[in-house]
Write a protein that binds this ligand. Structure first.
Ligand SMILES: Nc1ncnc2c1ncn2[C@@H]1O[C@H](COP(=O)(O)OP(=O)(O)OP(=O)(O)O)[C@@H](O)[C@H]1O
Ligand SMILES: C[C@@](O)(CCOP(=O)(O)O)CC(=O)O
Length: 193
């Protein structure tokens, strides 16, 4: 780790935000604008869900999208993932970046300071922290319901303090407003290519 190496990304966008703020949606929009040869979307929860599904005999695919099935297991996945991170804090980060060859990476679900620190150690100034926000009203329209033990725990609040975000994207459903914010962010990203 440390120091730029051959094949290292030029920009690593660490997206964070509350449940149903639209992190996955924004990640997909960024990728669409840059093209999938330039930009790949990575998920720290990808390897987490895959391992969790294997160990618990569950359907990995159904843990990936915005589903009631996923929500049913969220609390136990959080508990299980925290246990794994305690043993090896870089475990999910290392697995998530394996094989990523594009110059721009969008990590769509950064939740913990230890994850931000891992990426900063590994990729230095290429890292940009991006907060995705939406009002509670908007998130409720997207089927968010407050769950004690989830919405008031580290998994959702770990980055509420301690990070100065490079970009804040407001995602309340106005397509034009979102597009303008993304273009400003992408100008920064393109200047790094
Ligand atoms: N700007 C938008 N326009 C239209 N639909 C949106 C927009 N942003 C988000 N959505 C929709 O809202 C829902 C939640 O968004 P998304 O899954 O991206 O949120 P998330 O922050 O990744 O949530 P989670 O943490 O639960 O995975 C999805 O069905 C998504 O398509
Ligand atoms: C278990 C967990 O990875 C679930 C993430 O699901 P999603 O990003 O909301 O699809 C959350 C966590 O790691 O705390």
């Amino acid at each position: 780790m440390g120091g730029a190496g051959m094949g290292d990304p030029r920009a690593v966008l660490l997206l964070s935000g509350k449940r149903k703020s639209g992190k996955d949606f924004v990640a997909a929009e960024i990728q669409k604008r840059l093209g999938s040869d330039v930009c790949t979307v990575l998920r720290l929860s990808g390897p987490l869900k895959e391992r969790y599904a294997q160990e618990h005999g569950l359907d990995f695919q159904r843990l990936l999208d915005a589903s009631a099935y996923k929500e049913q297991y969220r609390q136990d996945m959080i508990r299980w993932g925290e246990e794994k991170r305690r043993a090896d804090p870089g475990f999910f980060c290392r697995t998530a970046v394996q094989g990523a060859a594009q110059p721009v990476w969008v990590v769509s679900d950064t939740r913990r300071l230890s994850d931000v620190e891992w990426f900063r150690d590994a990729y230095g100034d290429a890292v940009l922290t991006v907060r995705v926000t939406a009002t509670e009203e908007t998130r409720r329209r997207r089927s968010w319901v407050f769950v004690a033990g989830v919405d008031d725990a580290e998994s959702e609040c770990g980055l509420d303090q301690g990070v100065t975000f490079d970009w804040v994207i407001t995602n309340d459903g106005d397509g034009a407003a979102l597009g303008a914010q993304l273009e400003a962010l992408l100008q920064d990203v393109r200047s790094r290519l």
